[in-house]
Design a protein around this ligand. Structure first.
Ligand SMILES: Cc1cc2nc3c(=O)[nH]c(=O)nc-3n(C[C@H](O)[C@H](O)[C@H](O)COP(=O)(O)OP(=O)(O)OC[C@H]3O[C@@H](n4cnc5c(N)ncnc54)[C@H](O)[C@@H]3O)c2cc1C
Length: 838
């Protein structure tokens, strides 16, 4: 079993559930000459997989994670290692009950059968639970447990049968060689293997292994305490591993799960106990295994009391004793998502880390597709290793965020919730002005961005009834009516918006035009001074990204993209650079400050501080040029993401404050205000139906469906062109629509406003499913202050994508009437785009 070849195509390090699943899926996709290494012995080499509780709850608010989990369940079923038990998330508090209604909505959005139960209903399914301390439960019949070690064994065996896999257990990786930025060799205690592709599937050890190659996998090994008690008399007559539904006691951050004659109790409630990957003990030094650390009883005490409240008949029974107790190790990441994909630092070195058993086979399939075909079927942008900015890879950041995130494992996390730890990392040059204006800072890519300004409270009186108020506490969190007031002030006068979080890279060189032509959909062979908004496609024609590019010279372009996915976009650009060096890319993010000014008075403000021609004729929409603004030279770009006349201005970072002050002072005479990202990214955008990456724009949808086709297709070839041409010739399976909320009143008379990801249903309550099997859900939601409605965007099947169609949206356990206001790309506000072009 343990023969180590000297060469291989692909080496996978780590034979936990992830490494095994990946070996299998690579083999299925035709890859051969794969070597799977683990320092431990098989089938249980000592990683987290060997002692997991192995259960799977499919519903997650994240579409990406749910899709990966559902695929994993199907795979486990096919392998014959899945036992369906059902699972119930119980609520002890009214707030949790409300959260369970949100989970119902997510279940329906992603197509998972589930129901809400009252305490008696929970008791009927879990008789050993004290129903008097709960208010109800969220029951998912398809929850189950898997035999993850057996699954791994079967997958290895299948890969071997396909002639694709060599396994070397008891082989420790000691080093990784990199030559010219490319992985070349894996060094082990049994010898070296030359390889062109290496995958780090090392769970909690992954940062350590990546570091051997100079790469970063920013996760933190963290303790999750679990005990097993038994023998449980109530389970004496049960057959097999599990009969009773698994209970997640969400408000106390713990779970109770039958395991044969025992009951496992796991906790995410204790203090965060983080480790360094280098400090995980060796196999020889471990009493049980390296990831089963000695149990620290004192950390579990409160949890034990809470567990006793819920299952007193079992835990209060003196015959039931603790049989097993560990501080188990798992991996936490700074944003709670897995870390997948080729590392930006080293070509050919891939990460498949921070993956749970519940999603492992699905992730393995997707990563294998990515490795073999260049892209996965399920969009993995939320898990892409390339998403991390520099500071997000520091130990200080990783530890701060994982410590904060640990107790949110079962937490009620608001969609807009902000992190409290490690803030103020990236400050805009105008930060002190923003503080003076009472900015409410939200974080984007480490930047502190005002979401609204407290100083604008006075606008509430000015706009009176036109400002929507929110009555329900949930939607009022991380929100202010000031956003709507800022929006209206922008539409009537003008607003300055800080855009420091943009990621900016310059593309230069004689080959830069050809390079960009080959990468983006839009025509880039445009005159110098033109600004081009363009999508980027995957080879299969899915939407990879959207961004703007300015042509600054015949051989110089500036690419501007959002902070959130900017680093992922950058990797895409870097990966496609021509091999002959005829185009180069320089990340200029920290060099340029971006300030936007939009609104009908924007020109008046600008004209008052520049002698350059900023008239419509002199500075038309879609162009850019350097102008003088007081004593600052700014690259001004006439585009808009809020549907108003105005400019984005780029100045050297250290001159940002001067630019702000100059425009601010000049703007006072024109009623200019500072507006936050709440206007830029939500209200202004959604009224105009502008699409956002990660919401409307994903690999899963195409440009025809998104309503983003252009009349002409350029002659030059580009990534995804063939697929795009085929899509243009076919009828779309779904059409992106804007819907209005017809009546926000709930049954209790409180106005409710959806926040996004809720299911859109037919009037009979049925799910809308398109010809590709995709369900309709709210991709973006927000107030439309200028149109006086709450707006939702959603892909609908063509039959429903008709203006005037009446539908329902499910939110917080109720259904609300909505109407299709726009089918396709025409904006609801200013449909002729007169304002932008004025
Ligand atoms: C107590 C507990 C309960 C859990 N319960 C659940 C659950 O119910 N459901 C769920 O979905 N998830 C659960 N998890 C999480 C789950 O166990 C992990 O997310 C999952 O097992 C990770 O799998 P992996 O293959 O990435 O890592 P691992 O299983 O840890 O495998 C990594 C492998 O890399 C090997 N390796 C490391 N360094 C080297 C080296 N230098 N050379 C060679 N090999 C090396 C290790 O030996 C190890 O075998 C639980 C975790 C814990 C701690």
């Amino acid at each position: 079993m343990s023969t180590l070849p000297t060469r291989a195509d692909t080496v996978i390090i780590g034979a936990g559930i992830v490494g095994n699943s990946l070996a299998y899926h690579l083999a299925k996709l035709g890859r051969r000459d794969i070597v799977l290494l683990d320092k431990g012995t098989l089938p249980n080499p000592g990683g987290s997989t060997g002692h997991a509780s192995n259960f799977i709850f499919p519903t997650d608010h994240s579409k990406e994670m749910t899709a990966l989990t559902l695929d994993s369940v199907a795979q486990y079923q096919e392998l014959g290692v899945f036992t369906q038990s059902g699972g119930i998330e119980v609520a002890r508090t009214p707030e949790r009950m409300q959260e369970l209604t949100r989970r119902m909505a997510s279940s329906r959005s992603w197509g998972i059968e589930s129901e809400l139960l009252d305490p008696a209903g929970v008791k009927a399914l879990v008789p050993f639970l004290d129903e008097s301390i709960i208010l109800g439960g969220f029951h998912t019949p398809t929850v189950g447990v898997v035999d993850s070690l057996r699954a791994g064994t079967i997958m290895r065996e299948r890969a071997i049968e396909m002639g694709a896999l060599t396994i070397s257990a008891g082989t420790e990786v000691l080093g990784l060689d990199v030559v010219d930025g490319r992985i070349t060799r894996v060094r082990t205690d049994k010898g070296d293997i030359e390889a062109t592709t290496v995958v780090v599937a090392c769970g909690a050890w992954s940062p350590r292994i990546a570091r051997m190659a100079g790469a970063s996998i920013p996760l933190s090994p963290a303790v999750h305490q679990m005990i097993s008690v038994g023998p449980v008399p109530q389970f004496a007559d049960t057959v097999g591993e599990i009969v009773f539904p698994i209970v997640r006691d969400m408000d106390t951050n713990m779970y109770e799960r039958q395991h044969g004659g025992d009951l496992e109790v796991g906790s995410y409630a204790h203090r965060p106990i983080l480790m360094e990957a280098d400090d995980i003990p060796s196999i020889a030094a471990s009493a049980l295994s390296p990831t089963e650390l000695p149990f620290t009883q004192e950390d579990f005490e409160l949890q034990m009391e809470q567990a006793l409240e819920l299952v007193p008949d079992i835990l209060g029974d003196e015959r039931v004793g603790i049989r097993y107790a560990i501080n188990g190790l798992l991996s936490l990441t700074p944003d709670g998502m897995p870390i997948l994909g080729e590392t930006p630092e080293v070509k050919g070195l891939w990460s498949c880390a921070a993956v749970w058993i519940k999603e492992a086979p699905g992730i393995a399939r997707a990563v294998a597709e990515w490795m073999v075909h260049g892209e996965p079927e399920i969009d993995l942008h939320g898990s892409d290793i390339a998403r991390f900015h520099e500071h997000q890879q520091t130990t200080a950041h990783v530890n701060a965020r994982t410590a904060e995130g640990f107790n949110k494992t079962y937490g009620i996390v608001h969609p807009m919730e902000q992190w409290a730890s490690n803030r103020n990392v990236r400050l805009s040059p105008v930060h002190k002005r923003q503080v003076e204006l009472g900015a409410e800072f939200f974080e984007a890519a480490g930047w502190e961005r005002p979401f609204w300004y407290g100083a604008n409270e006075s606008l509430l009186a000015e706009f009176g009834e036109r400002v929507t108020r929110r009555e329900a506490e949930w939607e009022s969190r991380w929100w202010s009516p000031i956003i709507s007031a800022e929006h209206l002030a922008m539409r009537e006068r003008a607003a300055m918006i800080d855009l420091a979080a943009f990621v900016i890279f310059d593309v230069t060189g004689r080959g830069s035009l050809d390079y960009l032509q080959g990468l983006v959909v839009a025509q880039m062979d445009v005159p110098v001074g033109r600004v081009v908004y363009t999508p980027l496609l995957s080879e299969d024609g899915g939407i990879f990204a959207d961004l703007t590019i300015m042509r600054l010279a015949h051989d110089r372009f500036r690419v501007v993209t959002g902070g959130g996915m900017g680093m992922r976009d950058k990797k895409w650009f870097v990966d496609h650079l021509p091999a002959d060096g005829s185009a180069q890319l320089f990340d200029a993010t920290s060099a340029w400050y971006t300030l936007g000014i939009w609104g009908p008075r924007a020109r008046d403000v600008l004209a008052s501080v520049t002698s350059d021609d900023v008239s419509n004729e002199g500075f038309p929409f879609g162009t850019c040029r350097v102008i003088q603004i007081g004593s600052v030279r700014a690259l001004a770009s006439r585009i808009s993401y809020v549907g108003e006349l105005g400019w984005e201005m780029y100045v050297p970072m250290e001159q940002g404050l001067k630019l702000w002050d100059t425009l601010w002072e000049a703007g006072q005479a024109h009623g200019v205000i500072a507006a936050g990202i709440g206007v830029y990214a939500v209200t202004g955008r959604i009224e105009k139906g502008y699409r956002a990456h990660g919401a409307e724009l994903e690999l899963e949808y195409d440009l025809v469906e998104a309503g983003m086709v252009r009349p002409k297709v350029k002659a030059a070839d580009f990534v995804g062109k063939a697929a795009y041409l085929a899509q243009r010739d076919a009828a779309p399976a779904a059409i992106l629509c804007t819907l209005t909320l017809d009546d926000p009143r709930s049954s209790s008379g409180v106005a409710r406003y959806m926040l996004g990801r809720e299911p859109i249903l037919g009037l009979d309550g049925s799910s809308l499913i398109d010809a590709k099997g995709r369900r309709s859900y709210v991709t973006s939601a927000g107030a439309g202050p200028s149109v006086g409605k709450h707006l939702l965007m959603s892909y609908l099947p063509p039959a429903q994508a008709v203006v005037g169609t009446k539908l329902l949206v499910e939110y917080m356990g109720e259904r609300f009437p909505v109407s299709v206001a726009v089918a396709g790309a025409t904006p609801l506000f200013d449909p002729e785009n007169d304002r932008v072009r004025s």
